[in-house]
Design a binder for this molecule. Sequence first.
Ligand SMILES: [Ca+2]
Length: 85
Amino acid sequence: MRPNVRVAAVTDERRARLRVAVSVVGALLLLAIVAPPASAATCSDYSNQAAAQRAKDTRDGDGDGIYCESLPCPCLKRLFHNARR
Ligand SMILES: [Ca+2]
């Protein structure tokens, strides 16, 4: 009887380790999906709107395709809008 109890304990321990491993992998996958890309910049990384527009790596809050609208010119806003029309 003793060997069977020992085998059962080892199996439970392996299951517990497997659950932990699956949980860790799941958490890492969730982070990879939810986390913003590491290369994302902020508007403060650029000295003017044109530079931010060329890079296109900042967040465009209103989704109009024009990045960092509050930055000073030179600007590419006009060129961008003319190109879309
Ligand atoms: Ca915008």
